[in-house]
Design a protein around this ligand. Sequence first.
Ligand code: ATP
Ligand code: MG
Length: 264
Amino acid sequence: MSTPETQAPEAASQPTPPRTQSNGGGDGVILRVEDIHTYYGAIHAIKGVSLEVRDGEIVTLIGANGAGKSTTLRSINGLNPPRDGRITFKGEDITNRSAHHIVKMGISQSPEGRRLFPRMTVLENLEMGAFQRDDKANFPEDLDRVYTLFPRLAERKTQKAGTLSGGEQQMVAIGRALMARPKLLMLDEPSMGLAPIFVEKIFEIVVEINQQGTPILLVEQNALMALDVAKRGYVMETGVIALTDSAAALRQNDQVQKAYLGIA
Ligand SMILES: Nc1ncnc2c1ncn2[C@@H]1O[C@H](COP(=O)(O)OP(=O)(O)OP(=O)(O)O)[C@@H](O)[C@H]1O
Ligand SMILES: [Mg+2]
């Protein structure tokens, strides 16, 4: 077993904690995906994807419907492990570890389509996020953090999640992922289906979570917003990484502007 306890308080207290030992590599890379191939039965959905996330970064993965963004996240979180290639997290090979083990190591995700427990209250849904953690003592502090980020959830903690608006449900999904005290947060389309005002709010909160010390791998269809908040980006096309660069460079890239930013 690893001993994450020594690092646990940093998310709440320090904006950008120095982590010389935490990634096991010394180069700041916390997640490394190397040439993975992932299948659904005979369908070869991911065909040799490599990417990395370093300490402190927001990294975005953008691309059209069906490009393989969610499948890449499912390859990382253990729900659909790759058949070939390698994934390391903080220096440990997690390629074939169980989803349960991967959550325990500190990768937590707000899934596409939210997947809340609709008949449970907001508070009960948030409690589920902390479920796999050993250090339950920090629960009140983490709940406080979520309620500070999302005051709306504090007001509605006893409301059934299924009766919340779409934007509020998205807040619960992100809040629930945060309750696991992630060392890497993966978000799959957090802005999907939201009104512009909620989209802005969600992206502000993504930045705030990152500034509190959590690296983020952000999957988005809203490439404009994603490239605004991210440090670096990867553009996926039908199972491969077509392009990678700093977010600023991708925003200026002709191909990206035409295909994803609606600029002719
Ligand atoms: N359970 C599944 N069984 C078979 N094929 C699947 C399954 N899930 C996804 N696929 C296929 O894998 C490919 C990648 O899908 P994926 O969901 O990763 O795309 P995506 O980039 O997340 O798209 P979107 O932007 O629409 O969410 C698609 O061709 C999709 O049809
Ligand atoms: Mg998807």
